[in-house]
Design a binder for this molecule. Structure first.
Ligand code: GLU
Length: 483
């Protein structure tokens, strides 16, 4: 069997679309699963969409996701260069080969004539298509025009009324009639190839065995098949991946939420969660399992299980996966992540040790979905409460709460290095002495220490804050809360 080689071939637009990530991921998984190669090719021949620095940004983002490619613009292979704008001579050569074979032709139409043609077709409800006028030119006329330096394009000579049947690994047999296909421009007047020519030439020259890409390219398939046939090249296998949809089933768009991988990265999503989430956009295992690491995805992935119907982008699921993947991380990893978040936070000026952060991580582990929530959900680890949740206060703070907390603080102050158990034990002991239920005293204590009514284990919190801080916070609450 021929070597399995797949590619992700984005056009750099300034960001990596989540749909692009899904395409990259399926290609990656397919390659890894089958012992093949995953290639990154930058398709930057559309100069009107050129964005400075976009290709570099794309490479960076792709690297962040962990989808390592075997060959690419910055990873030498035998088939480079892997950036299309560096391959212009190659496309020219192949375009001329098609002209030689009569499968493509020069066209010198002015933009005005093409506009007139379109207007006419529109007015007469005809399919907008080039009318092959340039095919009437004799060889001599063409040469003269070329000599005179007239601007031209090279067009694909699409036959009339022929059937093109192709096999798609997701959709099965797909059939097209050539009548619906325009005489596609292959080389533009600026000397750059169009996507269609460059894409097919490169897929062939780079030995691509399987073309796995989004459904929006399915309509280009007949043109590509024609090109393969005209060149006399072996046709690769194709798999067109289902569209990504907004929850209202419209095509996923910026208007309804973020579509750039960079946005999710900046919002603090884990790459593991994003990759896991994107894997499920159009693919599932028979038991509908949801949690996967990248390695597990490689293990489980199969193109047969890619769905035909559109995949709904459900942000709640992504959030859930983020929480799950976050919880799976070691304390050390989370502490490092919290450290970099902390150093960017409003508390950065206040020095805290890694040990302290690691204790926060342990206490809050089950309560956070994002790393920044270690700070946002529990700022009281880093600052004294200055306000107290009014609703909790009214419900939980009783007449004798101050006196009780004072007694508690006194007892704590007598212990040199109170352990978590000490905080617990003393509270229970005192409650018994005062003949009050533990619920009656635990809530005021939490309010004094954190300012709010819910949070991590109370005695974990007290222990992490430390004796002096606990006493100081109790005194502050007694002073501030007057009922
Ligand atoms: N350059 C195309 C894109 O931006 C590639 C499509 C394909 O994979 O053939 O998605």
């Amino acid at each position: 069997m021929n070597e399995i080689r797949v590619r992700f071939a984005p056009s750099p637009t300034g960001y990596l679309h989540v749909g692009g990530l899904r395409t990259a991921l399926y290609n990656y998984l397919f390659a890894k699963k089958n012992g093949g190669k995953f290639i990154l090719r930058i398709e930057d021949t559309d100069r009107t969409r050129y964005v400075e620095g976009a290709a570099e940004q794309l490479l960076d983002t792709l690297k962040w996701t962990g989808l390592e490619y075997d060959e690419g613009p910055d990873k030498a292979g035998d088939f480079g260069p892997y950036t299309q704008s560096e391959r212009l001579d190659i496309y020219k050569k192949y375009a001329l080969e098609l002209i030689e074979k009569g499968k493509a032709y020069y066209a010198f139409d002015t933009p005005e004539r093409l506009q007139e043609l379109r207007d006419y077709q529109y007015a007469n409800k005809l399919q907008p298509k080039y009318d092959k006028l340039a095919l009437n030119l004799t060889k001599e006329e063409v040469n003269e025009k070329l000599k005179a330096g007239e601007p031209y394009v090279i067009r694909l000579n699409v036959p009339e009324n022929e059937r093109i049947i192709a096999k798609d690994l997701v959709r099965g047999l797909v059939e097209f009639n050539t009548d619906i296909i325009d005489d596609q421009v292959l080389m533009k007047s600026d000397g750059f190839p169009t996507y269609h020519l460059a894409n097919v030439v490169d897929d062939h020259l780079m030995g691509i065995s399987h073309v796995i890409r989004g459904e929006e390219w399915l309509s280009s398939l007949p043109k590509h098949i024609l090109l393969y046939q005209y060149f006399g090249w072996e046709i690769p296998e194709f798999a067109h991946l289902p569209l990504l949809l907004n929850p209202d089933k419209s095509k996923l768009s910026k208007r309804q939420g973020d579509v750039a991988v960079e946005d999710y990265k900046n919002k603090g999503y884990l790459k593991e969660a994003l990759v896991n989430f994107v894997a499920l956009l159009g693919w599932s295992t028979s038991d509908n399992r949801e949690m996967f690491s990248l390695e597990e995805l490689v293990e489980e992935f199969s193109i047969d299980r890619v769905h035909k119907s559109g995949a709904v982008f459900n942000i709640e699921k992504l959030n859930w996966l983020n929480a799950e993947h976050l919880r799976k991380k070691s304390n050390e990893e989370l502490t490092n992540m919290l450290r970099s978040e902390y150093d960017k936070s409003r508390f950065a000026e206040i020095e805290v040790s890694d040990k302290y952060l690691s204790q926060v991580v342990e206490a809050m582990r089950e309560r956070v979905s994002f790393v920044n929530e270690y700070i946002e959900k529990s700022p009281y680890f880093f600052e004294r409460p200055t306000e107290y949740d009014q609703a909790v206060l009214q419900k939980r703070w009783k007449e004798d709460s101050s006196a009780f907390l004072k007694a508690y603080a006194d007892k704590i102050s007598e212990i040199e290095n109170p352990t978590k158990e000490d905080y617990d034990h003393i509270l229970h002991q005192l409650a018994e002495e005062w003949q009050v239920g533990i619920g009656k005293v635990i809530h005021p204590l939490r309010l004094a220490l954190s300012g709010v009514g819910i949070g991590p284990g109370m005695f974990d919190l007290a222990f992490i804050l430390g004796k002096n801080e606990v006493i100081a916070r109790i005194n502050l609450a007694i002073e501030k809360i007057k009922i």
